[in-house]
Design a binder for this molecule. Structure first.
Ligand SMILES: Nc1ncnc2c1ncn2[C@@H]1O[C@H](COP(=O)(O)OP(=O)(O)OP(=O)(O)O)[C@@H](O)[C@H]1O
Ligand SMILES: [Mg+2]
Length: 313
């Protein structure tokens, strides 16, 4: 499912992105002795490749490419700097880490660990309720962490969630992410992937919307897909609200889904509401504890997973 980007020229808040990038005079592959093996995905900026060391060792990497084009005013370079800057500013067990950025003569690249298990999309058909619960906890933790640092992801979907060798989820692709100075923003970041976009993002008459709540709607579509064991679309979401859900699911899943897919962003749950609800359920609290969190306060769980920075009150 393709990602759509808003008009970058309409940004009202000018943010200076800072990223640590290594400038090299050759291309990454030549300098570091890697060869491209296969294309993992193709996005707005170029391919994401699986690459292997030329010496035959097993240190596989994934490389996201931002092709430098002469006539686009350096758009891909700006996208690169923004994505690297956000990636470098976050540190969380369930958010992509260990990335290195290179500025090469013809392209910019982000080198990251390769996830042979691929994305959540290819794992949907093997879902169990226990896995759904574990994944929901991990995603809630990652999203709460981002939101507490004023970062809205803006493209949460099953293709942007990697599965690690240990069977944990890792949120990736910060290509559309933005820093949100306050919860209300004007019409500047109307982007995402159609199927996962909150209703207010598609409604051109809405001028102000809360980008964090948009992420929560997308998380609702991800959760619904996990419950349905297949990627759902907007017609499934509509059906869900007519109480003919595509899935038979425990009551608490249905309750969470209703609160995430709520059309009214004011009433829709934020990541804190979801975390608080999850930790109020005995079996979830147990699972949170098993994963190293503390039962009574979801925030402790988050502090375990990430380098937490609470929003100022
Ligand atoms: N580290 C990785 N390991 C394995 N596969 C990966 C990795 N990173 C990305 N991929 C695969 O490549 C795809 C594209 O990656 P990513 O979403 O970062 O790029 P993108 O250019 O933003 O793509 P899109 O515009 O389609 O969202 C992912 O959906 C996933 O299938
Ligand atoms: Mg993507």
């Amino acid at each position: 499912m393709a990602t759509k980007e808003s008009d970058e020229n309409s940004t009202i808040v000018e943010i200076k992105w800072e990223a640590t990038v290594q400038c090299i005079s050759e291309d990454f592959y030549t300098l570091y002795g890697y060869v491209p093996v296969s294309i993992l995905g193709t996005g707005m900026t170029g391919d994401v490749m699986m690459v292997a060391p030329r010496d035959g060792s097993n240190n596989l990497k994934a490389v996201k490419t931002f092709i430098k084009k002469t006539q686009d005013g350096g758009k891909n370079e700006k996208r690169f700097i923004k994505e690297v800057s956000i990636l470098q500013s976050v540190k969380h067990k369930h958010i992509l880490g260990n990335t290195i950025a290179f500025d090469c003569p013809r392209e910019c690249v982000i080198v990251m660990p390769y996830f042979p298990e691929g994305t959540l999309k290819s794992h949907l058909e093997y879902m169990t309720n226990q896995l759904r619960d574990k994944y929901l906890i991990q995603l809630t933790s990652a999203i709460f962490y981002l939101h507490s640092r004023h970062v809205a992801h803006m493209d949460i979907k099953v293709d942007n969630i990697l599965v690690s060798d240990d069977g944990d989820l890792v949120l990736t692709d910060f290509g559309l992410s933005c820093m949100v100075p306050s919860t209300d923003m004007s019409d500047v970041h109307r982007c995402g992937t159609e199927n996962y976009m909150a209703p207010e993002l598609k409604d051109t008459t809405t001028q102000f919307f809360n980008l964090f709540k948009c992420d929560m709607y997308s998380l609702g579509v991800v959760l619904y897909s996990m419950l349905a064991s297949a990627e759902v679309d907007q017609s499934d979401v509509a059906i869900f609200f007519c109480y003919q859900s595509k899935v038979s699911t425990p009551d608490y899943h249905e309750y969470i889904l209703k609160n995430l897919l709520e059309r009214d962003p004011e009433k829709r749950w934020g990541s804190n509401d979801l975390g608080t609800y999850l930790s109020s359920l005995d079996h979830m609290a147990k699972m949170i504890k098993e994963q190293g969190g503390v039962r009574l306060n979801f925030v402790f769980l988050l502090s375990y997973f990430g380098d937490i920075c609470l929003p100022s009150l």
